[in-house]
Each structure stands twice: as structure tokens, then as C-alpha cells.
Design a protein around this ligand. Structure first.
Ligand SMILES: [Zn+2]
Length: 279
């Protein structure tokens, strides 16, 4: 079962105009993306055509930069009902936009959300801000850890208007990995393009930290991570489609399959690590 651990299927109507413009730039087929966001059946057919069996559908609350509110959680929970084996829901709670984070976390669990996303450059916080008074973050991590729900943390830069990139340094995830040792943490984009060394270190250092390879063009992947083969057992294939700079899922998959890595390592990253994370 080939898994793409990072695809953005979200309520497009909620985008802020500036964010929507960034999504549409250099993309002729935006209407098709809108159709996929409205129809899980059409999107599943597209995944079939791309050779993807299963996908995690990333959603997160980021009203300031992207426009998404906590409504994304119910939206994606409803969307994946068409085929919950192939479509994994990813939702989120924004520590600073939640009136009752415990209640919101219970709601996330009740909805059956399979992954929680923290996006520091878009949510305008450090992932370890619970050490500086943002107790809501600690509650989110604790509940996710206790319930076996993995957390994906965006690392690396973002070009969306209003994104603040200081929050994208993966070193701040080190605290989270130490303080929540049973929490499965996915480092999205491996700190690309500024902090790959930090990401590589964290994946090797912490048994609970995994590498989400999305957003890195497969053709340059080995330039970013020359020792990828060594951490294949903790790395997951993903595309970040239809994010800026990711034109096509199938092209990424084909390019990934052509990398000069062992077949075992490729199968591990395409299938097995995701099975470890989600079963
Ligand atoms: Zn993404």
C-alpha cells in the first residue's frame, strides 16, 4: 500500500485571497483541484491514476495566514468517510484560537482524526511554546500521545504571504520529542531548504521522530539528504501536492522510484514507515 503522507485537500472556499493567489500561481488546472476538494470520489480516481493507494489529507487551523478555522476538522472528517481506509484525515487545534482546548481535543478524537498538524510559520508560534506559557500546546501533545494520534509539525520555510519563517527551524521540535517520548512526530519537509542537517539529526536522535519527505522535489532529494538510505526506516514518502512548487503527484512518485536507492529502502519509505505510523 503506497501512502502519500502529505496532500492538501481542504475547504478551498475558506482560503484568504492572498493565500489563494499563492496556490493558483503557475497552476493551470486549479479548477480540477477545486473539484477534488468537493468530490472524494473524483479525488480517489485521481489517486488511482497516480498509483497512490492511501493519502493523509492535511488540514490545519491558521486564520491569520491561510484563512482556515476549526471548521476544517469536521469538514475533513466528513470528506474521508467515502473511504476511510484510503483517506486519512488530518486536523488541528490552534492553541491561541481555542476557547477550550480540552473540549476541542475531545472533539478531534471523536471525529476520528488520524493526524494532528502543527504549522509554526502559519500559526505564528514555536512548537515548544508550552515551555513559555502556551499550556494549550502541552494539552494537545499529551492527548495525542495518550491516544496514539501522530502529530505532524511543519519545518522549513513557507512562501505564503504573512508566514513567519523563524518558527520553521526544526530545532524547536527537539523539546517536543524529549518531553513527549511516546508521541509520534512527523517532521514535514525535513527543514527544507535551510535546516536539513537539524532534521536529519532529530530523526536519528529520537526514536519517536519521523521524516516526511514531502515538498522536496524527488530529483533533488539526495542532495538535501545524502544519507537518506540510513534513515529510510523512519522516512515517509509524501508530495505536498497541490502546494506551490508541486505540480504533479504521479511525476513525483515516478521520480522517487528512479532514485539510486535500494529497492528495500524505497519500499520502506513508500509503504512500510506509514504502516508503522498508522497501521
Ligand atoms: Zn503542506
Amino acid at each position: 500500500m503506497v501512502t502519500d503522507c502529505h496532500i492538501h485537500i481542504s475547504p478551498v472556499e475558506m482560503f484568504r485571497p492572498e493565500a489563494l493567489a499563492a496556490m493558483k500561481r503557475k497552476r493551470q488546472n486549479f479548477d480540477q483541484i477545486v473539484e477534488f476538494c468537493h468530490s472524494p470520489k473524483l479525488f480517489l480516481a485521481h489517486l488511482d491514476a497516480c498509483g497512490i493507494d492511501r493519502a493523509a489529507l492535511i488540514n490545519y487551523v491558521a486564520p491569520e495566514v491561510i484563512g482556515f478555522t476549526s471548521e476544517v476538522n469536521e469538514w475533513i472528517a466528513r470528506y474521508v468517510q467515502t473511504d476511510p481506509k484510503r483517506l486519512l484525515s488530518c486536523g488541528s487545534i490552534h492553541p491561541k484560537h481555542s476557547a477550550n482546548v480540552l473540549a476541542d481535543m475531545e472533539q478531534i478524537l471523536r471525529l476520528g482524526i488520524r493526524l494532528i498538524k502543527i504549522h509554526p510559520p502559519h500559526q505564528l508560534l514555536y512548537p515548544n511554546d508550552y515551555l513559555r506559557g502556551v499550556k494549550e500546546l502541552e494539552i494537545i501533545y499529551r492527548a495525542a500521545e495518550a491516544n496514539g494520534v501522530p502529530v505532524m509539525i511543519h519545518t522549513g520555510t513557507s512562501i505564503f504571504p504573512g508566514a513567519r519563517n523563524k518558527y520553521g527551524d526544526p530545532i524547536h521540535v527537539d523539546d517536543v520529542a524529549v518531553d513527549f517520548p511516546k508521541l509520534k512526530i512527523l517532521l514535514a519537509h525535513g527543514g527544507r531548504p535551510l535546516w536539513m542537517d537539524t532534521a536529519f539529526f532529530l530523526v536519528r536522535r529520537h526514536p519517536n521522530v519521523f521524516l516526511d519527505l514531502s515538498g522536496i522535489p524527488p530529483k533533488t532529494l539526495l542532495e538535501y539528504f545524502p544519507r537518506l538510505e540510513e534513515i529510510a526506516s523512519k522516512s515517509l514518502f509524501g508530495t505536498d501536492w497541490p502546494g506551490p512548487g508541486v505540480p504533479d503527484i504521479k511525476q513525483n512518485l515516478d521520480d522517487f522510484r528512479r532514485l539510486p536507492l535500494s529497492e528495500a529502502a524505497k519500499t520502506q519509505m513508500l509503504e512500510r514507515t506509514a504502516e508503522l505510523v498508522w497501521g
